[in-house]
Design a protein around this ligand. Structure first.
Ligand code: SAM
Length: 347
């Protein structure tokens, strides 16, 4: 069986596909207030181009695909993409990261088309705070979406929360307590200096260890193994049905378990979320390159995958930049420690 292995013996079997850089929310930490200039339609990979890449990647050993963005449910005919991806030989797991706004409308259709699971990003269960953090989002709509996803069988349902000091950190306990009465996987993500740098600051960032301390005031946390968990580490609160997970991009360098490549909506392969290195697939796809060339580029991006990210180094540099009042977030390309804003990489 084919397998993609990088220079550090990690098996790369997971492709995160950003299908659009457009979003129907403007979350405080993800997008600047005036939004991000979306790519031109002609620069975004067409479905047949995406499908060709995934077919070749599956032949090399990719087994798991996640759709992300931007907001993947805003892309036209997403159902067609899902059902076509599902038919690709070798793809065993097909999931999506979504903000849930359109889930009520699409949950049944995406499940019927073959999507296995969804991760829903919710950073607050307080309606006013949710609206403030998403710059206008409606929590009720998302809660109805969650219910629709559950009844469509998109399980286990994963909730992604980014705790930010002074904003939603007083909800960490309540999010963890949800696992007592649901089988949700509630995942806490360290707030990374990427996305919207005029919002990020060292004071707002909360470490996994600090989150765990708060959660352990409820009950002890026991480590559990969750199938294909990648960089998230999972625990169960004693007596809970669901699990809590931590994605510690900054404090617990999760790179040794990294099993993924990313393909941006405009056709760039990114071996690492935090590295500027990008390999252009789109030109080859549009210049009549044979499959062997696409395969070579996929192998190359695995070969150049760094052993670990340098977000700590970037962070220190960033903190001094932020402290230096002359620093301004001037352009899209400077709005992230890693070049592109999150909505343009596909977090
Ligand atoms: N629209 C979808 C959504 O809202 O989940 C997919 C795109 S969003 C960029 C994917 C994930 O990235 C979300 O779970 C979000 O919380 C996370 N994210 C974005 N910016 C982040 C940051 N600065 N630190 C940590 N996580 C971040």
């Amino acid at each position: 069986m084919n397998e993609l292995q990088d220079s550090f013996f990690r098996v790369i079997d997971y492709l995160r596909l950003s299908v659009t850089d457009r979003c129907n929310l403007r979350c405080l930490y993800c997008m600047p207030v005036d939004g991000v200039l979306p790519s031109r339609h002609m620069d975004i990979l067409r479905y047949e181009e995406i499908l060709r890449v995934v077919e070749i990647a599956a032949g090399l050993g990719v087994r798991k695909v996640r759709l992300t963005g931007g907001e993947p449910l805003t892309r036209k005919n997403i159902i067609f993409l899902i059902s076509s991806l599902k038919k690709i030989k070798g793809i065993e797991d097909l999931s999506m990261t979504t903000n849930g706004v359109l889930l009520e409308r699409y949950a049944r259709e995406i499940a019927d088309a073959g999507l296995d699971r969804v991760n829903v990003r919710i950073d607050s269960f307080e309606p006013e705070r949710y609206a403030m953090m998403t710059r206008g989002g409606d929590l009720d709509t998302v809660l109805r979406g969650l219910a629709a996803a559950e009844s469509a069988g998109l399980r286990p349902l994963k909730i992604n929360m980014v705790p930010i000091r002074g904003l939603n950190d007083n909800e960490i306990r309540a999010f963890a307590e949800m696992t007592f009465h649901s089988d949700y996987h509630v995942r806490f993500i360290e707030f990374m200096p990427s996305g919207c740098l005029d919002f990020w600051s060292p004071e707002k960032y909360i470490t996994t260890d600090e989150m765990k301390k708060v959660i352990e005031t409820i009950a002890p946390l026991t480590p559990v193994r969750v199938r294909r968990n990648g960089p998230s580490k999972y625990f169960r609160l004693n007596g809970a049905r669901g699990v809590v997970g931590f994605i510690s991009a900054i404090t617990h360098h999760f790179c040794e378990d990294c099993n993924r490549l990313r393909l941006t909506a405009d056709g760039k392969l990114r071996p690492c979320l935090f590295s500027e290195t990008e390999i252009d697939l789109r030109s080859s796809l549009r210049n009549g390159a044979p499959d062997s060339e696409i395969e070579r580029l996929l192998r190359l991006s695995v070969e150049v995958k760094p052993e670990g990210h340098n977000i700590q180094g970037q962070r220190s540099e960033l903190i001094s930049k932020i402290k230096d009042k002359s620093y301004r977030v001037q352009s899209e390309s400077s709005s992230s420690a890693s070049g592109r804003p999150m909505s343009k990489i596909g977090g």
